[in-house]
Design a protein around this ligand. Structure first.
Ligand code: GLU
Length: 475
């Protein structure tokens, strides 16, 4: 395709090298961190529909400076070794930036999940998991997968069950994979996590006048015109939260079968239902339709959220992108060359290694929950409520004795008295993580005159931490 770059790994490595050039790493360390430690290819046959079908899958381990290594498993026809290696390297940098104590990994299976019935998908997934588990490429202490494109809670439940069948006495078996359904050891808030993280990242960006000014933006998220590419789990949650909770206007949504757009804003929840029912955005009543969806990437807007595939913004279209702010909800949506064109134009990019880290952050909480065998908040919640009740009772008692008695509003009491449950704690932990990581990135961006963009700043923070961890190991 015109303007597309040559390789995903090459693109990530070019971004990495740009950061390394501004750092003072000990000789050879930059190369050691950059390379992918190992990539396993497994080929296996499954008897389906009266014939044996051979599938090819991968699990790539980019860096084991911390273990377990972490990263999703993708089911898609386009999966290949270069892609899983690039995605594994992004996991390393992502985990370091948001301080989840993992190395980076990624897996993929070449398959079109829509071609198979659920019971066939279960057979294939279990067989793939078996191949990885017997090589310790799925293991609570060594390698912990999660959902990615084409996979979700259902697949993670099959993988967890497969692991437990093969390790019947491993008391921590459930921690072998994250993104599981709640009833199979999952955690509340994991499904929405990556989209929620995008929302928290944007909120944090809009708290900093200097950063907004760099993109030529002002004000808050309210009324901002947002274009979203991809209404999958990440794009849908991000767009829905921004629309419902921050007052943003979703002016275009790009999907596989085209795009819909409306200056008045699109009801993303209704559109999502339409996509679930019909398989595409075409025919949605609340907006106009354009068959050549990618054109809408170039639409006039305030914020562009690519939340689908890698390399959708490349040298062929970068110069025509009008959005002053891009937040990379997908992994690698902007190529290295396109990044430079956009930065040159004054566009601010909130990079993938930060912007979509909400998923792995909540995966970390799930892994900790599995290892501690107790739900977050179970011990504290009622004690917290009892203490708050004490304070409310005391205030009301004091008020009764004043000349003009006052009352606490019912609304305040209801909110204040409620102890935090798992979902609130997960969101709080995620928000704190996104704020902290943004702070670390922007400090490097602004404090040094030679750091051109947030992405390079993010890489510098991340590489610094990985280098420190290698050095602590004596390397
Ligand atoms: N697949 C997601 C990502 O690319 C989540 C990974 C995880 O939770 O381990 O970040």
């Amino acid at each position: 395709m015109t303007g597309k770059h040559t390789g995903f790994s090459a693109s990530v490595n070019a971004m990495y090298d740009k950061a390394v050039a501004l750092m003072d790493l000990s000789p050879g360390l930059a190369d050691k961190i950059r390379v992918c430690n190992a990539t396993y290819t497994v080929r296996f046959g499954v008897r389906l529909r009266g014939a044996i079908h051979t599938f090819t899958g991968y699990r790539s381990i980019h860096s084991e400076h911390m273990e377990p290594v972490k990263g999703g498993i993708r089911f898609a026809m386009a999966v290949n070794q270069d892609e899983v290696e690039a995605l594994a390297s992004l996991m390393t940098y992502k985990c370091a930036l948001v301080e989840t104590p993992f190395g980076g990994s990624k897996g993929g299976l070449c398959i079109d999940p829509r071609q198979w019935e659920p019971h066939e998908m279960e057979q294939i997934t279990r067989r793939f998991a078996y191949e990885l588990i017997k090589r310790d490429l799925i293991n609570p202490a060594q390698n912990v997968p999660a959902p990615d494109m084409g996979t979700g809670a259902r697949e993670m439940a099959w993988i967890a069950d497969q692991y437990q069948r093969m390790h019947t006495t491993d008391i921590n078996g459930r921690a072998c994979v994250t993104g599981k359904p709640l009833n199979a050891g999952g955690i509340q808030g994991r499904v929405e996590a990556t989209g929620r993280g995008v929302q928290y990242a944007l909120r944090e960006f809009f708290r900093h006048a200097e950063d907004k000014a760099a993109a030529g933006l002002s004000g808050m998220l309210d009324g901002k015109r947002v274009v979203v590419q991809g209404l999958g789990n990440v794009g849908f949650h991000a767009a829905s939260f921004l629309m419902r909770e921050d007052g943003a206007k979703i002016t275009a949504v790009i999907e596989r079968d085209g795009a819909v757009f409306s200056d008045a804003g699109i009801d993303v929840d209704a559109l999502h239902m339409h996509v679930q029912e019909t398989g595409g955005v075409k025919g949605f009543a609340g907006a106009e339709y354009e068959a050549d969806g990618t054109k809408l990437l170039e639409a006039d807007c305030d914020i562009l959220i690519p939340a689908a595939l890698e390399a959708v913004i490349h040298t062929g279209n970068a110069a025509r992108i009008k959005a002053p702010l891009i937040i990379e909800a997908a992994n690698g949506p902007v190529t290295s060359e396109a990044n430079d064109i956009l930065v040159q134009k004054g566009c601010v990019i909130i990079p993938d290694l930060y912007a979509n880290a909400g998923g792995v952050t909540v995966s970390y909480f799930e892994w900790v929950k599995n290892l501690s065998h107790i739900r977050f908040g179970r011990m504290q919640r009622r004690a917290e409520e009892a203490r708050h009740q004490l304070l409310v009772d005391e205030l009301e008692r004091l008020s009764a004795n004043t000349a003009v008695p006052w009352k606490l509003s019912d609304d305040f009491k209801a909110n204040y008295l409620r102890g935090a449950g798992e979902l609130e704690l997960v969101r709080s932990g995620l928000d704190d993580t996104m704020r902290g990581a943004y702070g670390a990135m922007r400090e490097v961006w602004h404090a040094r005159g030679d750091v051109p963009d947030l992405r390079t700043a993010g890489f510098i923070v991340s590489i610094d931490r990985i280098a420190a961890s290698y050095q602590a190991k004596g390397l």
